[in-house]
Write a protein that binds this ligand. Structure first.
Ligand code: ADP
Length: 443
């Protein structure tokens, strides 16, 4: 990250520098050359004026301030006037403008004068003696000198500037990322065993402190999940240990007194304990799978009234309770039939277990949702416990439900299933008994 930022910044600044430097050199050279052209042009016009008036001296004055040299050449190529001290046997330049206007060219190396490039202007002029061409040459070496100096400065300055950008970016990026790296190291250090530790949040109110805050929130959730998992395993082991120990004691006593043992009763007790454990293990497995997020079969249309009526019939069949299904009407939801049956059965099992004589069931739906109410006339659930009963291994009347086979997982499983179907399950107020209400999205 740090290296990438540095490389990117250096490349961007490098490209910008090259473009700027090249344009600077090109523009500066062009404007300096234009100034040289202006000097040559003014000089050429001055000489041409003299030539037109027929007052041209054969020796032209030396221009010491700009160093330009001038020559006037007639139609036959003879030099009729030239800057004092300049050779007169040869024309300064050979080109002639095609028309009456002037023409400026860059010429590398004149036949005489100083070496180097010149800007040469040729200006055709009519004189009393006939047509002549005025040549004025101005040296480009001052321009080249300035451009050389600028190029030299850029060639040393630009790499220095680039190095400065690279070092600064590297340092700043390093300083910015240091807290991120510190957070990474802290998180790497927090193993599954030390999930209670938290990363330190920098005092600054910026992205990094927010990252640390979010990290800590994630650790809170992981910690809570791990704690829940630990408690689940501990509770599950405890639940299994009790019937196993009881079964072992039964067997030990029976074997110590084989003659006085009623083997049929012992076998029936053991079978009951076995059933309880089987049910417990099945419930544990269901919850473990739900926790692990094992994918469930896809949702299909389910007639909830079928399930409810079948469960009601089952309870009626077992004998002593009345089940009032007068308020059950058709209600369809999208879901998994097995799971929904299981959730409804858990409610009916509890109602059967706690009711004195009557279970009232209501089922109905509007456009948005389906509502199922299972209401018994038993002892009910105190308001303070109405949330707790849905937690795993909660038993309000411990001895009784343990003896009768309750695992304390029935309502937890029902809530898990209803949650997974996008619904809700609650215990609501009732004048008598427990009133469980399930709400599910209608089909
Ligand atoms: P269990 O297997 O013990 O029935 P549940 O999770 O189904 O476990 O229920 C948790 C606890 O909630 C029960 O132990 C019981 O104390 C209480 N409970 C559940 N249903 C009823 C009910 N219909 N009437 C009174 N108490 C109930």
């Amino acid at each position: 990250m740090r290296a990438r930022t540095t490389v990117a910044a250096t490349i961007v600044v490098g490209v910008a520098l090259v473009v700027t430097a090249v344009s600077l050199v090109v523009f500066l050279r062009r404007s300096l050359v234009e100034r040289v052209d202006d000097i040559a042009r003014v000089r050429a016009h001055d000489v041409a004026t003299l030539a037109r008036q027929g007052t041209l001296p054969t020796e032209l004055a030396v221009e010491s301030d700009d160093g330009s040299i001038a020559q006037v050449v007639d139609g036959a190529g003879r030099v009729v006037a030239a800057t004092a001290g300049l050779r007169r046997d040869q024309s300064l330049a050979r080109f002639r403008p095609p028309g009456a206007g002037s023409e400026v060219r860059t010429v590398d190396g004149l036949p005489f004068g100083e070496a180097g490039s010149y800007r040469v202007i040729a200006l055709p002029t009519a004189t009393p003696e006939g047509p002549v061409t005025v040549y004025v040459a101005a040296s480009l070496s001052p321009v080249d000198d300035v451009v050389d100096v600028l190029q030299g400065a850029l060639a040393t300055g630009a790499p220095l500037l680039l190095a400065l950008v690279a070092v600064t970016t590297w340092t700043v990026a390093g300083r910015t990322l240091r807290p991120v790296d510190a957070i990474r190291a802290e998180v790497a250090d927090i193993s599954e065993r030390s999930l209670d530790r938290r990363v330190s949040v920098p005092a600054t109110d910026d992205e990094i402190s927010r990252l640390a805050g979010t990290m800590n929130m994630m650790l809170d959730r992981l910690d809570a999940a791990a704690e829940r998992q630990r408690r689940f395993v501990a509770d599950a082991s405890h639940e299994l240990q009790t019937p196993l120990a009881a079964a072992r004691t039964d067997l030990e006593v029976a074997l110590a007194h084989p003659d006085s043992t009623r083997w049929t009763e012992t076998a029936a007790d053991l079978l009951a304990a076995n059933r309880r454990m089987e049910r417990l293990v099945r419930d544990l497995l269901f919850l473990a799978r739900a926790d692990a997020g094992v994918p469930r079969p896809p949702a299909r249309p389910v007639d909830l009234d079928d399930i409810v009526l079948a469960e009601a019939a089952r309870i009626r069949g077992s004998g002593h309770l009345r089940v009032d299904t007068g308020a059950v009407s058709a209600a369809a939801v999208d879901g998994r039939r097995d799971d929904l049956t299981r959730a409804v059965r858990n409610l009916f099992d509890n109602a059967e277990h706690y009711a004195s004589s009557l279970i009232r069931v209501e089922l109905g739906s509007d456009d948005r949702r389906v509502t199922l109410i299972v209401h018994d006339d038993g002892p009910g659930i105190p308001p303070a416990d109405r949330k707790r009963v849905f937690e795993r291994f909660t038993r309000l009347d411990d001895d009784r439900s343990r003896r009768t086979g309750g695992t304390g997982l029935g309502l937890a499983i029902a809530r898990e299933i209803i949650d997974a179907h996008g619904g809700s399950i609650d215990v609501e107020d009732a004048p008598r008994g427990a009133r469980f209400v399930i709400r599910l999205p209608a089909r």
